[in-house]
Design a protein around this ligand. Structure first.
Ligand code: LLP
Length: 463
């Protein structure tokens, strides 16, 4: 990312966070299509609309803070993945990014499969009618109860993550008188260029079984011996919010290498490989994400080439995008409560949500964009920090943002690209109520996850 080392903003420039500065945008009212959902636009007064409905109306009807999700955009992105990979591959949407029953139905309709990683996600998927055989079950410590439920439901695959789990799943499947289709998740030893907490293919971490040192080969040996398991493939997920394709290519190369070793040792050609999710999206104008067809082309080419060289039949490829499907499709709408100018220091703009609806800034130092969306403004840009309402100084929504200098309480701000890992990682910190998710399409808005209420909180509090 290119950012000036010597910030010189119009106000309080001396206290800019190092490395988070790219200067005021030429036009604060402009909407960069890279970071906003497809149907977002401004009217002649500068009021933002999504799916044909303006944010003032949305705020009045649904309150703030709230996530507004562009259903058309979600479906278009899901379709783009489906089309990019074609009929010889499978796309599993990673439900951890954001899951609700409406989302499950959209995925089903658009021909995607679903990756779940907990009993809760599995229950959501099944209750919305996703056929079990189109569900993959993940996780580094699935409980015996979760495994039993998944096997009973007939999920299409369980992705095994440890030696203990190989035995556990085999026993449960046998007890239930069935053979469970499984993949083994391996770590291929790639250092993905992303935040440490979301990189998952280097060896020193909790996910998967290392390829290095022969552990993955040993896992395959054990799985092939167990009657309760049908080993259908190898899985690799290298991390998340990745822009550099080379990590995926190295992973594909190493997974195919293992398939070849398996063929040589056991005389078995595993029919599938899964190369995980992880494609990055634009949170700010500095980010340049790749398109699904680019990743499809590059992965398909490398797998085909390597398999030809190893004289293996090309396995069926699957991928698991989460963020790249849902991330750009939603924005969070907040109302400004206070604007506090600390002379010579910084301007703090407080909104009515914060780290309980978006923990990513605090957790990963994530960068976001933010815009005034309830009106246009020609005022001079003001450098400020957008913060939440929680009892914590680290409760930051956008660290360094340019907003119009006439910003005032009651204005509405929108933070784009909050469709992934925001509602799904939301908390009740300070007993703040989790916001609703509202799907907007063709002039109609519909709550798909309702706002939490104080009754919801009190219902759980049974002391
Ligand atoms: N498949 C597996 C096995 C995964 O663990 C993940 C994400 C995905 C697919 C989907 O990855 P995506 O395409 O969404 O990057 N909370 C973090 C992200 C954690 C990702 C965990 N696994 C964040 O907010 O950035």
């Amino acid at each position: 990312m290119s950012r000036s080392a010597h910030p010189a903003g119009p106000r309080h420039a001396d206290v800019l966070t190092e490395g988070h500065y790219s200067g005021p945008p030429a036009d604060l009212n402009a909407l960069d299509p890279k970071v906003w959902a497809q149907t977002v636009e401004r009217d002649e007064h500068g009021v933002l609309a999504v799916g044909g409905i303006d944010v003032k109306r949305l705020a009045e009807e649904f309150g703030t803070p709230a996530y507004f999700l562009d259903e058309e955009d979600f479906r278009a992105r899901a379709r783009a993945w489906r089309t990019a990979f074609g009929d010889d591959a499978d796309v599993f949407y990673a439900g951890k990014a954001f899951l609700s029953r409406a989302v499950v139905r959209w995925l089903h309709e658009e021909g995607l499969n679903l990756d779940v990683c907990s009993g809760g996600e599995l229950a959501t998927a099944l209750s919305a009618g996703m056929p079990a055989e189109r569900i993959a079950f993940h996780g580094n410590n699935k409980s015996p109860g979760e495994i039993r439920r998944a096997v009973e439901a007939g999920v299409g695959r369980i992705v095994l993550d440890s030696f203990q789990e190989i035995v556990r799943v085999a026993h449960i499947a046998q007890e239930l008188g069935t053979r469970q289709r499984v993949q083994i998740r391996i770590t291929v030893g790639v250092e993905a260029h992303t935040h440490e907490f979301i990189a998952t293919a280097h060896e020193d971490q909790k996910f998967g079984i290392p390829l290095a040192g022969g552990q993955a080969a040993e896992a395959v040996r054990r799985a092939l011996k167990l009657d309760g398991l049908e080993l259908i493939g190898i899985h690799s997920h290298i991390g998340s919010q990745i822009f550099d394709m080379s990590g995926f290519e190295v992973a594909a190369h190493r997974v195919v290498g293992l398939l070849k070793d398996i063929r040589d040792e056991h005389g078995v050609e595993l029919p599938e490989i899964d190369l995980g999710g992880g494609l990055g999206i634009a949170y700010t104008s500095d980010d340049d994400p790749r398109e699904p067809y680019e990743i499809a082309k590059s992965l398909t080419e490398i797998v085909t080439r390597e398999c030809e060289a190893a004289r293996l039949a090309t396995p069926r490829i699957s991928v698991e995008p989460g963020r790249a499907v849902v991330g750009p499709t939603a924005f969070t709408l907040y109302e400004v409560g206070t604007v506090k100018q600390l002379d010579g220091l910084r301007t703090y703009v407080s909104v009515d949500g914060g780290m309980s609806d978006n923990i990513r800034t605090a957790l990963y130092d994530a960068e976001y964009s933010v815009s005034l969306v309830s009106r246009g403004s020609d005022a001079e840009p003001m450098l400020c920090r957008v913060v939440g309402k929680h009892c914590e100084s680290g409760d930051i929504v956008v660290k360094d943002a340019y907003l119009p200098g006439d910003l005032a309480p009651g204005d509405l701000l929108a933070v784009p690209a909050t469709g992934a890992y925001c509602r799904s990682m939301a908390s009740n910190y300070n007993h703040v109520l989790r916001p609703p998710v509202v799907a907007v399409r063709d002039g109609e808005a519909r709550v798909i996850v309702r706002r939490e209420t104080e009754e919801d909180l009190l219902r759980l509090d049974v002391g």
